[in-house]
Write a protein that binds this ligand. Sequence first.
Ligand code: ADP
Ligand code: ASP
Ligand code: MG
Length: 411
Amino acid sequence: MALLVQKYGGTSVGSVERIHAVAERIGSYRDRGDQVVVVVSAMSGETNRLETLGHEVSEYPSAREMDVLLASGEQVSIALLSMALIDRGYKGCSFLADQVGIVTDANHRRARIQSIETRLLRKALEEERVPVIAGFQGIDEHGNLTTLGRGGSDTSAVAVAATLGADECQIFTDVDGVCTADPRIVSRAQRLDQITFEEMLELASLGSKILHPRSVEFAGKYQVPLRVLSSFEDGPGTLITKESSDMEQPIVSGVAHTRDEAKLTIAGVPDVPGVASKILSPVGHAGLEVDMIVQNTGADGLTDFTFTVKRDDYDRALGILDNVRETLGAREVSGDNRIAKVSVVGVGMRSHAGVAAKMFDALAAENINIQMISTSEIKISVVVAERYLELAVRAVHSAFELGEAPVDKDD
Ligand code: ADP
Ligand code: ASP
Ligand code: MG
């Protein structure tokens, strides 16, 4: 008998049929004697719908009220799934985050889980119930509803698994595991049997939507065995593991991409000490996250400074830079919010030279211009025009031979 925390994402509970299919699946684990704690997302499309609605009513919606609005999607799915379980003879029992006691900090829309009460959950398990918990939401110490950021129900599940000391946290989704690239873009992307926490964290942080970055961080920190699997078909999925010396280390494990980027340049700034801080401090103070930064080699005492922010923050960042331009007497501010970032990730890169050259060659062969580059020990990221994103991902994926062999038409 194992204690499993199973998380079902939006597509997995996206219709009445899907809810019944998930209830069947949970039932099959109960029938073989496992204890199951379930975490669910809102039905697919629902959180987007609610977000749009909020913006239709208010141009700058209150973050507190937006959380109350967005969290409502999960309330629907926990109730429906619990009903489907009860109809099958299992003791499904829904829990909102405040009923369980999932306490977060007070940062609306990107709250971090601080603690989870186990008393009620353990009691429910002793009574042979199947707790069905609303993912993505929490409450702060004053009882305000919070949400963990889009995709955050993965993190709810891993945090519940860590707190309960579960044998495995299983993330059920609409693909059969973590693949070498997003299968929606690369049809020949392959499922990985396993991937290290370090690589998974890098992929998730660089845009692979398959897991919320915080969930991987949590699982690594609290040693939660984490597996990504399909809720549509049976299969082994992908196990997220610790790096071990006898594991074969591919040079590149996967390709990640994100469209959630925008680039800003302030040109003709004085090339003197302190200028980077004068440009970036106001951006940081406004709460905007800066990702890549490039400062060109100066000429005639002047230089250009370019950085990227999240696409949603583009307009605010432009406004801030306009003020900075005046203060510094810089020449001009320009920007582009139609860029995308493509990254390759692999722990094997540490011991291999030439990975960057191979990536750049693949992009050059497709005539794709690289606008910015950033590297770390286990990743290389480039910024390209958004219109080349899919081509770039496919080119890089095939340069590192990550795909399944093409099917031979004569077979
Ligand atoms: P859920 O609603 O189950 O949380 P998400 O849409 O958040 O599902 O995440 C699953 C999606 O992640 C897949 O449908 C796939 O398009 C996308 N994805 C991105 N990168 C990868 C990858 N490397 N492997 C598998 N899926 C990926
Ligand atoms: N329903 C939330 C979202 O769409 C949380 C999640 O799916 O993990 O972002
Ligand atoms: Mg998700």
